[in-house]
Design a protein around this ligand. Structure first.
Ligand code: DAH
Length: 340
């Protein structure tokens, strides 16, 4: 038994040393330690020895097995390391290859339009002002010369939080806040982009939408200045061929008030479905700041004049990109957003 174990040990160590591949080494493993492996068989024979010899033979058998397992493991590790080194030598990385492009997001079309509008007015010397979305009844209506019985103050149109506070229904309150902050400095020359809220919900109305307010107060500001500023805005936004026209209108905070139409960007003014055959599309409200509103802002309507306008951002985006349902702008469907 001892001789057999010794011979097996010597022979097996030679085989392990000579194994030149992981497959060969696996074969050796089966032949030694497998169910019918040499060592396994020898271990089984231990039971047939006379009881007195068993402990010594058993000890030797376990020692042999442990020594062979160690040798096998070492060889296995060595072969694996060799294989890895060989693979790494062969594999090369071309660091000049272009990387895998990561899909990058981009601005929401509404943000693009707001930024475009801001840039156009910054280019004309306007600054950007902001006001709170939770507004007081005073700034949202009263200071803008909206009498208490005006339909826009109806509880059904505006989202009131308390009797005093509401979600602003327009960006016009920023006119008053800005004048209060700036008075008596001149000129006041700002735009105020932001969210506004109304109880409306259909293909062309959303309970939350965006406006950009404009206000210029200075000595001698005239309606022709308003028209020039808006013509420039419209042409930069919709192309140099666009014309505008002013239609008499009414807003409580401007006098006179004018609705601005732009020559239809879809048919060029000839008349089509989108401009309902008129050649003109309504785009924004404007006017000369009402004397009472100037007074509310702290300015003397006898000394200064002003003009103001308010434009709907969703409407501009829909006209610019040919979108026919406002809800698409808020659904956040990536198949839609990817097109801009
Ligand atoms: N605040 C008006 C609205 O929502 C829009 C507007 C019209 C703003 C005329 C103005 C203006 O500043 O002069 O509906």
């Amino acid at each position: 038994m001892r001789e057999q174990l010794e011979n097996t040990r010597i022979e097996a160590l030679e085989f392990i040393a000579a194994a030149d591949s992981e497959e060969r080494l696996q074969e050796i493993r089966v032949r030694l330690f497998g169910k019918k492996g040499v060592l396994t068989q020898l271990m089984k024979q231990l039971g047939t020895l006379p009881p007195a010899e068993r402990p010594r033979a058993g000890g030797l058998a376990h020692e042999t097995r442990a020594a062979l397992e160690r040798a096998w493991d070492d060889k296995n590790r060595a072969l694996q390391a060799e294989a890895l080194t060989a693979r790494l030598r062969q594999e090369t990385v071309d660091v000049t290859l272009p990387g895998t492009p990561l899909p990058a997001g981009h601005r929401h079309p509404l943000n693009t339009v707001v930024t475009d509008i801001e840039n156009i007015f910054l280019g004309m010397g306007f600054s950007i002002a902001e006001g709170p979305e939770i507004e007081t009844d005073y700034y949202n209506f009263e200071a803008l010369n909206l009498p208490p019985d005006h339909p826009a103050r109806d509880m059904q149109d505006s989202f009131y939080i308390t009797e005093e506070f509401l979600l602003r229904s327009q960006t016009s309150p920023v006119q008053i806040r800005t004048m209060e902050n700036m008075c008596p400095r001149l000129p006041v020359k700002i735009i105020a982009p932001g969210k506004v809220y109304r109880n409306d919900d259909d293909a062309t109305h959303s309970p939350m939408f965006h406006q950009v307010e404009g206000l210029l107060v200075d000595k001698g500001a005239r309606m022709s200045d308003l028209k020039g500023v808006l013509l420039r805005f419209i042409r930069e936004m919709f192309g140099p061929e666009r014309e505008i026209r002013m239609r008499p209108s009414f807003f409580p905070f401007t006098e006179p008030s004018a609705e601005i139409d732009v020559s239809c960007m879809f048919c060029g003014g000839g008349g089509c479905r989108l401009c309902k055959g008129t050649g003109w599309i309504e785009i924004l409200g404007s006017g000369m700041v009402h004397p009472r509103v100037l007074t509310m802002g702290g300015y003397d309507p006898g000394a200064v004049t002003g003009f103001a306008f308010g434009v709907g951002v969703e409407r501009v985006a829909m006209l610019k990109y040919g979108i026919d349902d406002m809800r698409l702008l808020f659904d956040n469907d990536i198949r839609f957003l990817c097109q801009f």
